[in-house]
Ligand binder design. Structure first.
Ligand SMILES: C[S@@+](CC[C@H](N)C(=O)[O-])C[C@H]1O[C@@H](n2cnc3c(N)ncnc32)[C@H](O)[C@@H]1O
Length: 238
């Protein structure tokens, strides 16, 4: 990074300016999240290699408790066509809180991990996308996060909801949900997906099935003649 008198110099060098802006943007939105976060709540921020160092710096700067860095490992990650670097197969999720009395469901985490203490390396396969959103997250990943970090009737906020995966899982697990999405088309997809989701009847059965992997009817939301319609598909979810 270019510096002048010990400070970052703002040069007209496209990409550096973009990086400086991303850092400013991260600080602004994370500050807003912290403003509305309850004292017992936690922030879960997933990011790519190019963004998560900046997120870590912001979390430190805002004086938050950094609780974990969860490494999400996708064994079935898409192979890389170029031969000049390693194929990316992980994402990092920062976990932080405002206070030391944050909510963390240790026992549920243990149940989800076959009765053993859960570690911070999570192997969860990338799932088949249910919408046309390019970076739709697997529902299994969000289920795990919401089950560990919240209880029924708690409120979950996703400021970048994309196709609405967090909202779908929140409704399924009987959490309240607030989501923001800047892209109108993605917003409509998220609204349709969340709209057709049903709350799970018995959470204990659900946890048991989640642990072992199970056949699951997936509701896919597809565009047809300008409208979003639901179709059902049976897949094995691990
Ligand atoms: C990585 S995607 C989220 C994917 C989501 N987790 C899912 O499963 O579909 C990030 C989303 O944030 C949206 N976004 C970007 N900037 C935004 C902003 N300033 N306010 C709200 N949404 C924004 C993008 O349009 C994109 O859909």
């Amino acid at each position: 990074m270019t510096t002048q008198n010990g400070k970052v110099a703002k040069l007209n060098k496209g990409s550096w300016d973009i990086i400086i802006d991303i850092h400013k943007f991260n600080e602004e939105w994370i500050k807003e999240c912290v403003r509305v976060l309850s004292d017992t709540g936690t922030l879960w921020i997933s990011g790519t290699l190019h963004n998560h160092p900046s997120v870590g710096v912001v979390l430190k700067k805002l004086g938050l408790w950094i609780l974990n860095d969860v490494i999400w490992f996708k064994r079935n990650a898409t192979p890389l066509l170029s031969t000049n670097r390693l194929a990316p197969s992980t994402e990092l999720i920062w976990v932080a809180s405002k206070t030391k009395k944050y909510f963390f469901d240790y026992e549920t985490a243990k149940k989800l991990n076959g009765g053993k203490q859960m570690k911070n390396l999570w192997e969860i396969n990338a799932e088949r996308h249910k919408t046309k959103h390019p970076t739709e997250k697997p529902e299994t990943l969000l289920e795990r996060i919401l089950l560990i970090a919240s209880k029924e009737e708690h409120t979950v906020l996703d400021p970048f909801m994309g196709s609405g995966t967090t909202g779908v899982v929140a409704k399924r697990l009987k959490r309240n949900f607030i989501g923001y999405e800047i892209n109108k088309e993605y917003f409509e997809i998220a609204k349709a997906r969340i709209g057709v989701e049903q709350p799970t009847k018995k959470l204990t059965d659900y946890l048991e099935r989640s642990k072992n992997g199970h056949d699951k009817q997936l509701t896919m939301v597809m565009e047809k003649n300008g409208k979003y319609v639901k179709t059902k598909k049976k897949v094995l979810v691990k």
